[in-house]
Design a protein around this ligand. Structure first.
Ligand code: ADP
Ligand code: GLC
Length: 488
């Protein structure tokens, strides 16, 4: 089974969120199951620098992709990663040799993102077609999010390949919408600009094209797969998704259990296991000291993530004063919308003994917050899957989450029945409001030591590894390509 995995980020080199983590962890888990995975990635400077030993792609004559529309010529190179994966980089300095993150610079999207990710999608379809004369043809094309979602449109309207495709939606809110004129620049014919093609309210939409044309669709939790069928979560695409509901499924993300393991985590001042949970306490003290908060028994709530409305950061800020009045300490790490960053910093300025705010991206501090906090806050308004609540359960830090998408699927609420059964792993609340969040924190603080310990043990005992999810993806690939052999 050969799978071309098409993705616009990959941890640790290029990552804006969970997509980068998934791209780093799922392919090796698939390779372990006998899938031959190739990853097609934009040739960002950080990726190329980290793979200095790469060489021109063997399977395509000249390793060149010819220019088309306004898409410049690109060179293809390959590198082998540990775990038997092959990376294929699209080297096109005009589009990818830039500072900043993969999509933006200084908080502003690159104006030619359509071309940048059009090239990614087009190259994926081209490689799977006879036109490329590639000697390595995939059995399945697996694209992630809008950046890769134009691939099935190139298959349908440009290269006529019969390779079945899967589009995975990590976040329906990001759709890749560009003006109609982009069509020709992308080397797509007018015939593609239809209701069942790339057209979306008079514009070109990458994600809509993928949802309309891919053989199968999935999202990163069963709950989110159901939610996006209604207008509230459907981001304008719910009608199309309802139309394609038979092709849509939900497969929960896993986590990298080696990188996120409190027993071996090099970022932690004190490592621990479920059997030596007392050692977690030293991490709390160290975190309080690191963040300039008084080290002591005050409850410490942590949060890590993008500071956006999706993540409900405003809900946390709205109830922060009440939490401070209650003697709670807050440790917030993240970056995102300027308004939320400013509000968080002002809060920390007003209450330096109760609130610590770090704006930026800090992988090791994220680990220390997961380990050092008493509870982890994740009041997301919507959450396709979410990884942080999985990390926090594995770290014995019960999450407090809104009942939505992947959060509802992965956190078991501390009702008295579920506590008694030893199944509860966190606190789940129903309405995305500051009042409900506050009430959820009150519930958390009212737990007895014994109940709290049960939550920790249940969370730490769960298996969030990629193994089960990779199996589900393999089943889906098998449905798409029943005749492709899988090495065992
Ligand atoms: P999303 O992809 O929607 O941002 P996820 O929970 O799936 O949310 O994944 C977020 C990932 O990014 C996690 O690995 C999380 O630890 C990481 N992360 C987000 N913000 C930060 C930050 N400021 N510092 C360190 N890690 C961060
Ligand atoms: C998106 C979602 C997040 C998910 C991640 C990885 O960024 O917002 O919920 O965990 O993708 O699939």
């Amino acid at each position: 089974m050969r799978v071309l995995f098409v993705c616009s980020e990959i941890a640790p080199w290029v990552k804006t969120g969970g997509l980068g983590d998934v791209a780093a962890a799922l392919p090796p888990a698939l390779a372990e199951l006998g899938v031959e995975v190739r990853m097609l990635l934009p040739g960002y400077p950080a990726l190329l620098a980290a793979h200095a030993d790469r060489r021109p792609l063997d399977d395509v004559a000249g390793a060149l992709v010819a220019p088309a529309g306004n898409l410049p010529e690109a060179r293809l190179s390959q590198a082998t990663s540990g775990g038997g994966l092959t990376y294929v980089f699209i080297e096109c300095p005009a589009l990818f040799d830039r500072p900043g993150g993969p999509y933006q610079h200084g908080g502003v999207d690159w104006p030619d993102n359509a071309l940048r990710f059009g090239l990614l999608s087009r190259t994926a379809a081209w490689l799977s077609s006879r036109e490329s004369s590639s000697t390595w043809r995939p059995d399945v094309l697996h694209g992630h999010d809008w950046q890769a979602a134009l691939t099935p449109a190139y298959q349908r309207f440009r290269f006529d390949t019969s390779v079945p495709s899967l589009v995975t939606v990590h976040n329906l809110a990001f759709q890749g919408i560009f003006p109609r004129e982009t069509l020709a620049a992308l080397d797509l014919p007018e015939a593609a600009f239809t209701l069942d093609g790339v057209e979306f309210h008079g514009s070109v939409s990458f994600l809509k094209a993928g949802l309309a044309l891919a053989t199968r669709l999935n999202t990163v939790s069963p709950g989110y797969a159901r939610e996006i069928l209604d207008a509230h979560h459907g981001c304008g695409l719910d009608g199309l998704l309802r139309h394609r509901r038979d092709a849509l499924s939900g497969i929960l993300n896993g986590i990298d259990t080696e990188q996120w393991d409190p027993a071996t985590d090099p970022c932690l001042p004190q490592r621990y296991t479920a059997d030596r949970i007392e050692s977690k306490r030293a991490n709390k003290r160290a975190l309080q000291t690191e963040l300039g908060l008084p080290a002591g028994d005050a409850p410490l709530l942590g949060s890590v993530g993008r500071m956006t409305a999706q993540k409900g950061v405003d809900l946390m800020l709205d109830c922060a004063e009440a939490l401070v009045a209650r003697g709670v300490q807050l440790a917030l790490l993240g970056s995102g919308e300027a308004e939320f960053e400013q509000r968080a910093l002002r809060l920390a300025g007003r209450h330096p003994r109760h609130t610590a705010v770090r704006i930026g991206y800090d992988e090791c501090l994220a680990h220390r917050i997961e380990a050092g906090a008493d509870f982890f806050l994740m009041p997301s308004r919507f959450e396709p899957c979410g990884l942080n609540q999985l990390y926090s359960q594995r770290y014995g830090t019960p999450p407090i989450v809104h009942r939505t998408g992947g959060l509802a699927d992965t956190v078991v609420d501390a009702t008295s029945a579920q506590l008694a059964e030893g199944r509860a792993t966190g606190i789940v609340f129903d309405a995305p409001t500051a009042d409900s969040l506050l009430a959820a924190v009150e519930r958390a603080l009212a737990l007895t030591d014994e109940q709290y310990r049960r939550l920790q043990q249940a969370g730490m005992g769960r298996d969030f590894s990629w193994h089960a999810s990779a199996q589900r993806y393999l089943e889906l690939y098998r449905e798409l390509a029943p005749r492709a052999p899988v090495r065992s």
